[in-house]
Design a protein. Structure first.
Length: 483
């Protein structure tokens, strides 16, 4: 998914996000490795001669291929080019090869088998266990433990790539799925703007009031194509108190065909019956977010920074007209639970020890540094010159109340083209991790159910849920043995 978690409440009061990488069990620390040349035993005691001198990492020669943003991400490419230049000033013997391959769970096996995967590639939060078990993500535990800033990284996000006590990746950034609302569309039509502490009923009533099917305007555009559809719906499953799966007694059991699941699916049925979703409801992430940026829908469900960025920089909208809401609660007094996800970097386990070490160094190169702040500020200024807005991730790799977080906030406060999330929003967000096993397969199964609900009348919702659970159970969960 465009891409494109439960004690997070306190951390989510602030923006947090991380960056990432990986390595093998036998990796040396990022600051030193053992030299292959033995010490001179003629003039040193035996105990000393066994110790090899430290290798200066700035002298390591290696070629690494890195994840490079796609051509449409012009600003992100500019940031990456700046980082490559500064990295090579410190590590002049490392050749950086740019790769714009985007992680795809259907392609990663082929890439690994053909030895074509980049040294450092992007992935998303659901893939930690999958990549670790397949041997497609390097164990970077030793590199991570030698990193002097490791204790300042976001543990909630990091835990998604902590598999059985070993680290396989560090997030670049994270999010809790929310609902982005074009409040101008509401006020222009005389529709009351709902409170941030809103409910399913508030969402439905707002969508009804603002929708204008005759003009092709929907009240809300839930995703209905690709795994994004199952991903969108899962937020409502969580809000209703449901779970995707249960892991007990060494077995994984489908749990989404529950009363909570039925309640969430009934809400989707209400959206369809109220005629508040697009007539062409088969929208993927890009379609739904694009419709939002074009003013063809008043609400979209996603990691908030994407719709905000497109609305401001492609749709010509203004920050005051775009409000990020948490997911609505099923009933007043509940938690605003949304799927917790993130973007990660993973190191190719087929890379050499030196390549893995330098890939790690590259991944964390700007973390907690003044140069990192300067690079962000340069990007903000460049966007301002182009009359564009800078939209930071919802969750950063540092806590906003930390010393570094305050430094970043001071940079943001200097410019009026930085979109900043409200403190009230951050206080309401409640993140819940995605499923531990076969998340994408579960999403795909639920996408089929959602398409049935959106395309037909009188669908037996419980039967659809039970059939999807049976499929996921028999094809995937029954093959899993949890130790």
């Amino acid at each position: 998914m465009r891409k494109i978690s439960t004690v997070i409440a306190c951390l989510l009061v602030f923006s947090l996000v991380l960056a990432a990488c990986g390595g093998k069990n036998n990796n040396a620390s990022p600051s030193s490795t053992s030299a292959s040349t033995p010490a001179d035993t003629s003039s040193a005691p035996a105990s000393e001669s066994a110790e090899a001198p430290a290798v200066d990492p700035t002298q390591i020669k290696a070629t690494i291929s890195i994840y490079y943003p796609t051509p449409d991400q012009v600003e992100k490419r500019a940031l990456e080019d700046d980082r490559i230049k500064r990295f090579n000033e410190v590590y002049p013997n490392v050749e950086i090869v740019k790769s714009d391959w985007q992680y795809n769970p259907n392609e990663i096996g082929i890439k690994m088998g053909a030895n074509e995967a980049p040294t450092l590639f992007n992935t998303y939060a659901t893939e930690g266990k999958f990549l670790a078990e397949k041997g497609w993500a390097a164990d970077i535990t030793e590199l991570f433990n030698s990193y002097d800033k490791k204790d300042q990284l976001n543990p909630i996000l990091l835990n998604q790539f902590n598999i059985d006590g070993k680290i396989y990746g560090i997030p670049q950034q994270g999010y809790v799925v929310g609902t982005v609302v074009n409040t101008k569309m509401l006020t222009d039509k005389g529709v009351a703007v709902p409170p941030l502490d809103w409910t399913w009923d508030d969402m439905l009533n707002t969508a009804k009031a603002v929708a204008d099917p005759g003009k092709g305007i929907s009240g809300i555009a839930p995703m209905g194509k690709g795994n994004e559809a199952g991903w969108n719906w899962t937020n409502f499953l969580f809000e209703a108190g449901g779970e995707i799966q249960k892991v007990e007694g060494g077995k994984v059991t489908a749990a989404f065909n529950s009363e909570a699941g039925l309640k969430a699916l009934e809400f989707y049925s209400k959206l369809k019956e109220a005629n508040v979703i697009p007539a062409d409801w088969a929208l993927g992430w890009g379609d739904a977010v694009g419709a939002f940026a074009q003013g063809r829908t008043a609400m979209v469900i996603a990691g908030p920074d994407g719709p905000i960025d497109q609305g401001l920089n492609q749709g010509g909208m203004q920050p005051k007209d775009l409000v990020v809401y948490p997911m609505p609660v099923a009933a007043a007094g509940g938690k605003h639970t949304g799927v917790l996800g993130g973007d990660f970097l993973v190191i190719n386990p087929n890379a050499t020890k030196e390549e893995q070490q330098m890939a790690f160094q590259y991944a964390v190169f700007d973390y907690f540094t003044d140069k990192g702040l300067e690079s962000i500020e340069v990007n903000i200024k460049a966007r301002k010159d182009e009359k564009k807005f800078f939209v930071p991730p919802v969750i950063q790799y540092f806590a906003q109340d930390s010393e570094y977080g305050q430094k970043m906030k001071a940079v943001y406060d200097k410019y009026d083209n930085v979109y900043q999330y409200s403190n009230e929003l951050m206080g309401l967000l409640d993140g819940k991790p995605e499923a531990q096993f076969n998340t994408q397969e579960y999403y795909a199964a639920m996408t089929n159910v959602i398409q049935e609900v959106f395309s037909k009348k009188g669908v037996d919702l419980k039967a659809q849920l039970d059939a999807a659970a049976k499929t996921v159970q028999e094809k995937f969960y029954n093959q899993i043995k949890v130790e």
